[in-house]
Design a protein around this ligand. Structure first.
Ligand code: KIV
Length: 275
């Protein structure tokens, strides 16, 4: 069944938990879709896990459109949410609207996601008014990593917790259909979840959220540069891949690959005429 923002809204009302994963290409999106995932985020974590940057800052609109459109082609039933990259929405409401529109028209998104609370509410309002669903993102917002001074759990002091709760209410009022809570203490995330009418999607925010999201390379053991505590590894695909790569290298070197069954045939008479 096709997942839409209505599915997300109804899931909260019905107490059904939502599953989301990131994807950045057609084949992965297709596999996740066939497995029955509710939503696929084309995250700007693309910068780290696909493009090899240290953070998400260098990711461009062109990157997001290119990968977003590939994911959209693979996702039949999942809601495809595409991240708005750094500086594609912070400068002005007009910029935000134009870039959100591009992610829909060229990236074939079902919704867009942007980071921030009260300060980006004018952008959320304008994008939603244009008929584009917005997922908000609070807590550890990776585009502000330099302001945070690193990957740190957010909302640990009374003032920070209060601000997070307020921001969550503000983005809901501005029209966001859902909000990601990243690296937030689980009790605070559960409280925010209870206070909101829109579903919360947690990543490092405990079990009290309405849904969960993980970066797929993290949960498959394919990315070892940095593994946060909140990641659960569901398979060691990285090792399986390395083993297969080693096997291939060995067989190429020994001449065992390609074998007869991997070859194409041609009539001997054709070859003989070439001599
Ligand atoms: O870019 C991303 O992958 C994200 C998730 C971590 C929520 O924003």
């Amino acid at each position: 069944m096709k997942n839409t923002v209505v599915t997300f809204r109804n899931a909260k009302a019905e107490g059904k938990r939502l599953s989301m994963l990131t994807a950045y290409d057609y084949s992965t999106a297709k596999l996740q879709d066939e497995a029955g995932i509710n939503g696929i985020l084309v995250g700007d974590s693309l910068g780290n896990v696909v493009l090899g940057y240290d953070d998400t800052i260098p990711v461009t609109m062109e990157d997001m459109i290119h990968h977003g459109a590939a994911v959209a082609r693979g996702a039949k039933d999942a809601l495809v949410v595409i991240d708005m990259p750094f500086m594609s929405y912070q400068i002005s409401v007009e910029d935000a609207l134009r870039n959100a529109g591009r992610l829909m028209k060229e990236g074939h998104a079902g919704a867009v996601k942007l980071e921030g609370g009260e300060e980006v509410c004018p952008q959320i309002r304008a994008i939603v008014n244009a008929g584009i669903p917005v997922m908000a993102h609070l807590g550890l917002t990776p585009q502000s990593i330099h302001a945070f001074g690193g990957f740190k759990v957010q909302g640990k002091t009374e003032a920070a917790a209060k601000k997070l709760l307020e921001d969550a209410k503000r983005v809901q009022e501005a029209g966001a259909f859902s909000v990601v809570l990243e690296a937030v203490p689980s009790k605070l995330a559960a409280m925010i979840t209870e206070e909101l009418e829109i579903p919360t999607i947690g990543i490092g925010a405990g079990n009290g959220c309405d849904g969960q999201i993980l970066v797929y390379q993290d949960m498959l053991g394919m990315f070892s540069d940095f593994t946060p505590k909140f990641v659960k590894r569901y398979a060691n695909v990285g090792e399986v891949m390395k083993e297969a790569f080693r096997g291939y290298i060995e067989e190429v070197e020994s001449g065992a690959f390609p074998a007869k069954e991997n070859e194409y045939a041609v009539d001997d008479s054709v070859i003989e005429k070439l001599y």
